[in-house]
Design a protein around this ligand. Structure first.
Ligand code: NAD
Length: 320
């Protein structure tokens, strides 16, 4: 089997490879070639940790495996980040394990790639202003991918903890774009694309805030109870997601679905737009992509990084 350690991922994985892998696997899901297994997530009663697995099989890319890991809130005492994960790939012909890949940076890159893919297919034409809601660890990755794959001229941002806004200002400066911290009503009125990436449990972006043609990539809600958007905003928009079942159970659309202001039939898998089975934005004013994060995204970027590591002689081969 091949091992690609966490410390080598940054030097191997490119944003383009992550974008292409995520776009391809969303398309494979829409064609019915790839499916995600039910998610396992357990509070293990030790170190307050949440541990689980996300897995799947892509018969077109021949990618089989799982991401194992979760959230360890006390990891600071070990000098480690709280989110820890490893991706394991298996040979679909034999069942033998074929690779173990560090999953921490890959998770951020595949999440950012998913929102960038959603903007490629759903953003209004001539989108020039990017609005960021959230300024945590993931926000910098989100901004970098959006700028790389879009034509933005300016970034505006808001965060519930204003002292964290320097991360957005620094990232925009690194990318050579002007940044302005604004209130949510200005953000909703001026931004053509909005990325929300917070760990909020109550709506932040309200229906009244958002004006004019806008695409919203709602990326923060990946668990039951989390919420970033006003259900009235969701009810007003054309809705897309990575996986419909996950969106309605643990994603942003869980709330509007529970209030019965939207139905499952109104939510389209982004892959359908990618393969040309759905028109996408059409004449909608607001589109929302609910990026819940599926196991197949992790497997797709892990397979891409194993290929890159092998090409560059950086994959470690061990017998097992
Ligand atoms: P982080 O801890 O680095 O930052 C947290 C962000 O949420 C900050 O903007 C902070 O100001 C805000 N926040 C914290 N507590 C809040 C509260 N009670 N109410 C409102 N806002 C609050 O986290 P991160 O690593 O940047 O992750 C952000 C979110 O993205 C998390 O919810 C995480 O689970 C989620 N996430 C989703 C995916 C996916 O595939 N969709 C992947 C990775 C992370």
């Amino acid at each position: 089997m091949w091992v690609v350690p966490e410390k080598d991922i940054a030097g191997l994985m490119t944003p383009e490879a992550a974008f292409d892998a995520v776009e391809a696997v969303f398309a494979a899901m829409a064609r019915g070639d790839a499916y995600n297994f039910p998610v396992v997530r357990e509070a293990i009663g030790h170190e307050d940790a949440l541990y689980g697995f996300k897995g799947g099989f892509d018969a077109s890319g021949l990618t089989l495996g799982l991401k194992a890991g979760g959230y360890w809130p006390n990891n600071q005492k070990h000098d480690l980040i709280n989110h820890q994960s490893t991706i394991f790939l298996f040979d679909p012909d034999t069942g033998r394990v074929s690779a173990a890949v560090g999953g921490n940076l890959l998770t951020a890159l595949r999440t950012a790639a998913a929102s960038a893919v959603s903007s490629k297919y759903l953003a209004p034409k001539e989108a020039r202003v990017l609005g960021m809601v959230g300024a945590g660890h993931q926000s910098a990755f989100q901004m970098r991918a959006a700028i790389r794959f879009g034509n933005f001229e300016k970034v505006i941002g808001w965060n519930p903890h204003p002292e964290m806004l320097s991360r957005l200002a620094d990232t925009a400066a690194e990318l050579g774009l002007p940044f302005e911290a604004v209130e949510l009503d200005r953000l909703g009125a001026e931004a053509d694309v909005i990325i929300s990436i917070t760990s909020s449990f109550a709506p932040i972006l309200m229906s009244d805030h958002v004006k004019g043609p806008t695409h919203i990539a709602a990326m923060g809600t990946d668990t039951k109870g989390k919420q970033e958007l006003d259900p009235a905003l969701v009810a007003r928009a054309r809705l897309f997601t990575d996986e419909v079942a996950q969106s309605l159970s643990i994603g942003e659309f869980q709330h509007a679905a529970a209030q019965k202001t939207i139905s499952a039939e109104e939510v389209t898998a982004l892959g359908k737009v990618i393969i040309g089975d759905h028109e996408g934005r059409g004449d909608a004013e607001i589109t929302i992509f609910d990026g819940t994060g599926v196991g197949l995204q992790d497997l797709a970027v892990a397979a891409a990084v194993v290929d890159l590591a092998r090409q560059q002689g950086k994959a470690i081969e061990i017998g097992i």
